[in-house]
Structures are given as C-alpha cells and as structure tokens.
Design a protein around this ligand. Structure first.
Ligand code: UPG
Ligand code: MN
Length: 330
C-alpha cells in the first residue's frame, strides 16, 4: 500500500533517537505502509542521513513557511510552536490515510489493522479517559483540515499548551460520537503513569501492540548495560516491572538496529558526536545518549536568527527575551 503511511515527528537530534527506534520497530513486523518522519531545521545533517536509511521520506517542515497570517499570529503565541509542528502531518496529502505515532512510542507487533479506522481515531488518555492521548492517532491528510486546525489554534489556543489539548478541543465529540474511533488501550499503552491498574496489566498487558513512554523521562534518558541487558535508573525515576521490560526492548532495538546505522556512516569510536546536540558514549558495559550543552557565539546566534532558525520554545521564547530586556533596562 503506497498511499498510506506511518508518520512521526522529531524536532531535534535527541527525539531522532526515539524516531529511529520506532521506525526500526515498525520494520521488524512486516511493514506494508510507507514510513515518514517530519523534521525541523534544527535536526543535524548527520541525523538526516541516518533517518533516511530507516524512513522512506524525511520531510522538513518549517513554521516560517506557513501562511502569513498564521505566522504573524504565531509570533504572539510562541508556546504553540511544537503543537503547530505536529499539525503539519495533515499536509501529507500524497497519502490518503496515515497513522501518527509519537517518537517516544515503540511498536510490538504488526498494527496494519489501524488503517481500517477512520479519522479521528485515538486511544483514551490514561490521566483523563474522556480525552484521547495524541501519541497515536489515525488521520486523513487534508489541507482544509490543516487550515481549520491552525485557525482553531490561533483563535482558541490549547488548554494544555500543546497538541493534545488542541486536538481534543477540535475533535471534541471523540469520546461520545463513534465507538470505532476509540482505539483499544493496547494501541497506546502508557507504562509509566502514576496510577496503573495492575490486575488489568496482568490480564491484558501481553496483548500490547504499541507502548508509549509518555511523561518527562524518556528511554534515551536512561543508560543501558549491553552485557547484562539491564537498564540503569536515572535519578529519582523508579520503574515498574512492566516498564522495565519495555525499556529493555527499546534499548535492545537501539543497540541492534540503530547503532549499526551510525557505524556505516562514520568510523565508530567509543565516543561519537551524533549531531550538534547529541553525544553517544558506547563502552563494553554502558551505552548512553547525552545532550550536548553547547553555547553559541553571539555571531552564530545572530546568523541563526537571520536564517530564521529561531528557538521559540527555548531561549528565544518571548518570556526569556522579556527577562533579558528587563535585566537590560534595570
Ligand atoms: O522537543 C521535542 C518534543 C516533542 N517532540 C515530538 O512531539 C511528540 C510529543 O512529545 P512527548 O515528549 O512525546 O510528549 P508526551 O510525554 O507523550 O506527552 C503528551 O502530551 C503531548 C503534548 O500535548 C502530546 O504531544 C503527547 O502525544 C502526549 O502523550 C514527541 O514524541 C516527538 O514526536 C519533538 O520532536 N521534540
Ligand atoms: Mn509521547
């Protein structure tokens, strides 16, 4: 089937690591659809090369390219940045139907049956089951829908400041209108929420098809010991039994199906620079993915702005600029 696709999003080199594991996990289970990753200009050229080995299409999306009125409105709402980026998936009109998967999801078996569902299908959010979780959803690309979504974002914002709030208020009758649009929880199983229903996990957990590492600690924040096959806990994060199993699987795929891709591109050392934001440390007993903290020179900063590569979510966010101005004026 060439007019249907699995789609994910990675706006930086760190989330690319998740996208690569997700892509490889899809390939392990008889892939019959196209694989697409949306990226933003921040993604390094090395990661683009690696992504293109796993994904059929690596598509750069850029907020600056969107219609002018949206761009202008966006400048007043920089916090919607990442949200609008996810919405770009509706512009993939060379596909008739797609399944979106967050870069922090992992596919455990073939999930082609998701394409039997219509827009907008998603699984309940474990924290508020009358809302859907926007980490896995079935949608139909359409420039018209895309425009309506952007308009909705500009007019009403998002009640959680991100895509899940926006999509839930846009597709507001999801929870009551059509039960076929309720994906079973096994298509978006979040294993690390505060509240879990353990007997249900025992009963149904083994039929899980997609795992979602939702929340602030992602698999790539852990370290992995390839010899013992153990995942090393990070700080205060404590993992439940089933989560450990899924983390282990994530790292196994990373080690066996992602690391070799890098080796074919660059001479592998024990400490490799994977792009401008990621360092990879590989030794016999430990693999870790670390974020590089790199300060740009003022000249580099200015060039970034001039090229339109503005970090709306981070240091160029309006609140941060305001702080700077206040400090300057005092
Ligand atoms: O810096 C970032 C952050 C996010 N993403 C992408 O956006 C997705 C959503 O972000 P994530 O960190 O996975 O959020 P969650 O912890 O899953 O939190 C919830 O809340 C988000 C915001 O509403 C929704 O997008 C998620 O689907 C929902 O599960 C990621 O998987 C990536 O595909 C990036 O590319 N870069
Ligand atoms: Mn997620």
């Amino acid at each position: 089937v060439t007019d249907q696709a699995f789609v994910t999003l990675a706006t930086n080199d760190i989330y690319c690591q998740g996208a690569l594991v997700l892509g490889q996990s899809l390939r392990r289970h008889r892939l019959t659809r196209k694989l697409v990753v949306l990226i933003t200009p921040q993604v390094s050229s090395l990661l683009r090369v690696i992504l293109s080995k796993v994904f059929d299409e690596v598509i750069e999306v850029n907020l600056i390219d969107s219609a002018d009125y949206i761009h202008l409105a966006f400048l007043k709402r920089p916090e919607l940045g990442l949200t609008l980026t996810k919405l770009h998936c509706w512009t993939l009109t060379h596909y008739s139907k797609c399944v979106f998967l967050d870069a922090d999801t992992l596919v455990l078996s073939n999930v082609d049956e998701l394409f039997d569902r219509g827009e907008f299908s998603a699984a309940p959010d474990p924290g508020w089951p009358d809302c859907f979780n926007s980490g896995v959803f079935v949608f139909q690309p359409s420039l018209h829908t895309h425009k309506l979504l952007l308009q909705h974002a500009m007019e009403h914002g998002s009640f959680d400041g991100a895509d899940q709030g926006l999509l839930n208020s846009f597709f507001r009758n999801w929870s009551t209108a059509d039960i076929h649009k309720h994906l079973p929880f096994i298509y978006n199983l979040s294993s690390n929420t505060m509240y879990t229903y353990s007997p249900a996990f025992k009963q149904f957990g083994s039929s899980a098809k997609v795992v979602h590492f939702l929340g602030s600690t992602k698999p790539w924040n852990y370290k992995y010991n390839p010899q013992s096959g153990s995942v090393l806990e990070q700080g205060s994060a404590s993992s439940s039994q089933h989560q450990v199993v899924f983390l282990h699987l994530w790292w196994t795929i990373y080690q066996n199906n992602v690391l070799p891709l890098y080796k074919s591109v660059q001479a592998g050392g024990t400490h490799a620079s994977l792009g401008h934001t990621v360092d990879l440390a590989v030794s016999v007993s430990q693999i870790s993915i670390e974020e590089k903290v790199k300060e740009l020179s003022p000249e580099e900063e200015r060039r970034k702005w001039e090229e339109g590569r503005i970090d709306y979510m981070g240091k160029d966010a309006f609140a941060r600029i305001q702080e700077k101005l206040d400090r300057f004026l005092q």
